[in-house]
Design a protein around this ligand. Sequence first.
Ligand code: AMP
Ligand code: FE
Ligand code: FE
Ligand code: ZN
Length: 274
Amino acid sequence: MRIDLHTHSTVSDGTGSPEQVMHEAYEAGLDIVALTDHDSMDGWGEASEVASGLGLGFVPGIEVSAKDRWVSIHMLALWPRPYDDDLTAMLAATRTARLGRARQMVELIAVDFAITWDDVMEFSGDAATVGRPHIADALVARGFFASRDEVFVDVLHNGSQYYVPHYAPDVRDAVRAIRTAGGVPVFAHPAAHARGRIVPDQVIADLAAVGLAGLETDHRDHDDVARARLCDLAGKYGLVTTGSSDYHGTGKPNLLGENLTSVEAYEALRAQRG
Ligand code: AMP
Ligand code: FE
Ligand code: FE
Ligand code: ZN
């Protein structure tokens, strides 16, 4: 069984439509795939319909933006109920904040690189959730950089002079809201230190106590040391370990199925659905 529990579409910062991502997942030989766009469930309908036509197992998911004080955290929510009021309100607040934040970043960037908000909207077009990768696309289209990755290195990284943070819920509240909505929370790339600050062991212990179900240990942003640390923590706190691609289409080198989740881990998570 090939199971990949973390992918993105044009609903957030992936480059393929939900339909395309499902076709690509099928072509990549996956048996089960989750669509986990940032802060939105808008891709679920299209993706689940296409997946069922292909005989592909589909898991509805979200990558929920959250934070522990100033440290940004991404929390996967697998199988939450789509119409839960508290969770949908939490996501809506984040999407609104992301929009204002993206406009602020574009204003700062425009001083040094000639781009406009319209340029960014060309790439964020249909997206429910706007993110830095859309700004990157505009800078690439204007010829300032060759790829999203290059823009992140020079302009969009967390320590950049152009970086503006956005509101996101405290991660404990996010875990509780996901559980209340019947979802299963899995901490996405918890040790991806190249992206910015990561949380210490104590925060993972705290999260386990409020309902965290799993840790995404196998992810391309984790080296062997990070994976070993996370496996240790998972054992200590009774958490399930997962692996996934964090596929973003052509926007990132990540390939569907490059990391996989075991059937045992998948069943252990699925058994926790509310
Ligand atoms: P945001 O959600 O707007 O804060 O932007 C974070 C998103 O940017 C992540 O979900 C990734 O999709 C993408 N990202 C983060 N770091 C990089 C990087 N170094 N290169 C390319 N994309 C990145
Ligand atoms: Fe992303
Ligand atoms: Fe993420
Ligand atoms: Zn992701």
